[in-house]
Design a protein around this ligand. Sequence first.
Ligand SMILES: [Zn+2]
Length: 499
Amino acid sequence: MKTYGFSNSSTHPYHEFHRAGFILVSPWRIIENGYIRVKNGKIVELGRYRPKCAFPVDVSGDGDVQHNGAGSVKDYGSGVIIPALVNAHTHFELSALRSRIPFNLGFNGWVRELLVQRERCGKELLEREACKAMDESAATGTAFVGDISTLGITRDILTNRASGMPGHGNLDSWETDESKLDILNKRPWRHYRHNRRDESRFKTACYRDFHIKQQTELSGIFFQEYLGNEIPINVLKPFDFYSQSFINRRAFSLAGHAPHTTSPGLLRALKKQTLKHNLPFSIHLAESHDETEFITKGRGRWASFLEERGVDFSDWPLQSGSPVKYLDDIGVLDRDTLAVHLLNSDETDLDLIAKRNAIPVVCPRSNMNLHGKLPDLPLMLSYAQGILKPALGTDSLASTQSLNMFDEMAFVAKHYPQIRPSEILAMATVNGAQALGYGDVAGTLEVGKDARFIYIPLKHFNISNNKSGRKCQNRTLGYSHKGSDIENIIMEIITYHES
Ligand SMILES: [Zn+2]
């Protein structure tokens, strides 16, 4: 049985109707027996399904699409259509390290082993496994990623794919469709400034890119990460790959590794560039005890590690109150900063994150594996009016078991029973989309957004056992032991992979 299914409708010039037992518009709104009408890859209408009046073609019931020239209906079944998922933090280029590094070495030991193993793998293996991981992510319902690359491997893969090299897609499934060029008119980033010269230059690349089968496609922000003291010359130049932002809602940006690995000068230079281009900036923050000790005391195990590697930190403004405070001191914390982890952050830190409108990104499985503890998600979520909207990420296969966002959500549900299922799903959809700057096109299934969604069968919920006429629409009921319909449905969604 087909479990996940992306809408494959993005380029059909005619209308398409997608029908299912439930349409989860957002984590707070569900339509029972609903449909989504799609045109040119955009959602143009949602509503309750009434087969006899609204549709040009009857429903086949087996998931097949039927065409009659004017439109088509795809009936997925009695389950639920939800927005495609967003993995706000991962590192595809570390995928070859899956199961190679024990999690119990301590953070310092883990970092040392990672450097050794990464070197041992070699570029070819790193590339091959990164490709596989991208495909796996897409196949498990993720459409948008915040990917971090230090070696530039992901960028190479995407560039090769875009330039028409075979990459790792299935050649048999390549197709041609001139109408796919209309993606050029779609803005990948909310502030992106359209540039005609770039458009003509990349038209060919874009066209070729779309030959690759949809399952291998991921959108999102691909961050080139830097660390150390030196400011590389290309950090100060306009991004080489910036123009590729036209392709399939992808943009390239910059990331600093962390406050304890990257000099303040380099962090400021990176931030200056991303600010200039209105792109998000990503940084690991307040992740380990070693980091906190180094930032607050200016000495300890991490200081020795840096000295060993010849990194001079004598002019870094250390002995700050905390890693979050330090980042603010050097002027790098703002509304476009993705603060990844926040594992060792207290209320004062979170107040500062909230005050600067920075965006928390959490990777709980990775934290538990490497540090044996979890971020204070309930505290983050307790901020009034959702001032903090944490996004969810898996981190890399060097520190977690899979890049499957369903695994990450199920883990959160298990370890934070006090958090409502809707809030967990929000972290993996709408919050993630907003964090990466795609909030106006992804994260929910609202009219005007991209039609990128997945279908999940439901075991315990279907329309026939909900004949009492209770409607789930527009409910924002609290999650109790009894649970509301929508919270129960979402709980089944987020634990779907485990069941
Ligand atoms: Zn990471």
